[in-house]
Design a protein around this ligand. Structure first.
Ligand SMILES: NC(=O)c1ccc[n+]([C@@H]2O[C@H](COP(=O)([O-])OP(=O)(O)OC[C@H]3O[C@@H](n4cnc5c(N)ncnc54)[C@H](OP(=O)(O)O)[C@@H]3O)[C@@H](O)[C@H]2O)c1
Length: 338
C-alpha cells in the first residue's frame, strides 16, 4: 500500500501567468506519504476543481488563505477512502471528504475543518463536492442568508451556468425570485432557460451588457450574486434597484491578474442607490453542513435543484479539467476522477 514512488503529485513549479497552468504545474512521482498520529492516509477518488484554487497559486499576502509556496503540492478538496487510519474516529475503508492534494493519495487531518465521513448514499461521489458540498452551501447561504432573497425580487447571477452560479439561480427561483443569469455563450443561456428554468439569461459577451441587463431587469436588480467582479460587476451596479444587495461570492475576473485590479468604477452607486455589499466565504459555514444538506438533497430529489457534473478521468488530465473553469468550457461542476 505504501510502496516507494507510487504517488503522483501536482506541484506548483512556478506562479502561473494567465491560464498557463501547463508550465506552472508539474506532475511528480514520489513516495506515498505516511500518516502521523492523528492523521489519515486517503486514496483519492475525486478531485474537486474550484476556481478559488487559482488565487492560491499566486503569492498575494492579503487573501483569505495564504498562497501555495513554490514547490508545494496543490491543495484542494478531495473525496476518497481511508487506506490507513491513525485517528480513533476513522477506520480503513471509510469514505471521506477532506482537504487533500491533487495527487493519487492525500494525508487528511480529521481535526481540521471540512474533513467529514460521508454517508455513502450517493452513487456518484462527485455529488459530495457539488450540490452536497461547499459549492452547494455557498449558493444556498449566499442567496437565502447573506443575500436575503425575498419572493417577488429580481435576482441576477454571473457565471450562471457554472457550478455555484447555476445552483444560486435555482435557489433564488425556489425563494420566489425572478432569476436572470449571465453566461458566456448562447448555448449556456438556452440551457439556463430550458433546463434550469431561469426566467431569462444574457450572453455577457454580446452587445452592451449595461443595456442588456436593463432590458431584462426593467425595475432594477434587488439581489446580485457576483461570481466574477470586473466589468460585469460594474454593469450590474449600474442596474441595481435602490436598497439592493450585492452578495460577493467570487471575483473570477481578478484571480489571474498580475497586479492591482482597478474598479469597480461604479462603486459610487453603492452610495447613490444605498446598496448593501456582503462578502462570504465557505469555511465560515462548513459546520452548518448537517443543517443545509438535508434541504439541498430534498430539492435535488424533488427535481428543483440540478447540477450537471463534468468528469475528467485521470490525474494526468487535471490541468485540462481545471482550465475549463477559466475559458468557460464547463457547465456545472468539474471534477477529476483519479
Ligand atoms: N465565497 C466562497 O466561499 C466560494 C465558494 C465556492 C466558489 N466561489 C466562487 O464562485 C465562483 C464560481 O466558481 P466555481 O468554482 O463554481 O466555477 P464555475 O462557475 O463552475 O466556472 C467558472 C465559470 O465562470 C465563467 N468565467 C470564467 N472567467 C470569467 C470572467 N473573467 N468573466 C466572467 N465569467 C467568467 C465561465 O463561464 P462563462 O462561459 O459564463 O464565462 C466559467 O465556466 C468563483 O468566483 C469562485 O471563487 C466562492
Amino acid at each position: 500500500m505504501t510502496s516507494e514512488k507510487s504517488n503522483r503529485v501536482w506541484r506548483l513549479a512556478a506562479r502561473p501567468t494567465g491560464n498557463e497552468f501547463d508550465t506552472a504545474l508539474r506532475l511528480e512521482e514520489e513516495a506515498t506519504p505516511v500518516p502521523q498520529v492523528g492523521e489519515l492516509l486517503v486514496k483519492n477518488r475525486i478531485l474537486s476543481m474550484d476556481s478559488g484554487t487559482r488565487m492560491y497559486m499566486t503569492d498575494r499576502k492579503d487573501s483569505y488563505q495564504p498562497g501555495t509556496p513554490l514547490g508545494a503540492p496543490i491543495l484542494g478538496t478531495v473525496i476518497g477512502e481511508v487506506a490507513q487510519s491513525r485517528h480513533p474516529a476513522y477506520a480503513e475503508g471509510d469514505l471521506v471528504r477532506c482537504y487533500g492534494n491533487w495527487a493519487d493519495w492525500s494525508i487528511a487531518t480529521p481535526e481540521t475543518l471540512y474533513t467529514a465521513k460521508l454517508d455513502g448514499k450517493e452513487p456518484n461521489l462527485a455529488e459530495y463536492v457539488g450540490i452536497l458540498g461547499a459549492n452547494g452551501w455557498t449558493a444556498y447561504l449566499g442567496v437565502v442568508e447573506y443575500g436575503a432573497a425575498r419572493a417577488g425580487e429580481t435576482f441576477l447571477v454571473s457565471a450562471a451556468a457554472g457550478c455555484t452560479g447555476s445552483m444560486a439561480g435555482q435557489i433564488a427561483k425556489i425563494a420566489g425570485c425572478r432569476a436572470v443569469g449571465l453566461a458566456g455563450t448562447d448555448d449556456k443561456c438556452t440551457f439556463l432557460k430550458n433546463d434550469l428554468d431561469f426566467d431569462d439569461a444574457i450572453n455577457y459577451r454580446k452587445g452592451a451588457l449595461v443595456d442588456s441587463i436593463a432590458a431584462s431587469c426593467p425595475d432594477g436588480i434587488n439581489l446580485y450574486f457576483d461570481n466574477v467582479g470586473g466589468d460585469v460587476l460594474d454593469a450590474a451596479l449600474s442596474n441595481m434597484a435602490d436598497f439592493g444587495r450585492v452578495a460577493v461570492c467570487g471575483l473570477l475576473a481578478n484571480y489571474s491578474a498580475e497586479g492591482p485590479v482597478p474598479g469597480p468604477y461604479k462603486f459610487d452607486l453603492v452610495l447613490m442607490k444605498r446598496l448593501t455589499v456582503q462578502g462570504f466565504f465557505s469555511p465560515d459555514f462548513y459546520h452548518r453542513e448537517p443543517e443545509i444538506n438535508p434541504v439541498l438533497r430534498q430539492w435535488r430529489d424533488d427535481g428543483r435543484l440540478k447540477l450537471p457534473i463534468e468528469e475528467t478521468v485521470g490525474l494526468e488530465n487535471t490541468i485540462a479539467a481545471y482550465t475549463k473553469l477559466f475559458i468557460g468550457a464547463n457547465i456545472g461542476k468539474v471534477v477529476v476522477r483519479v
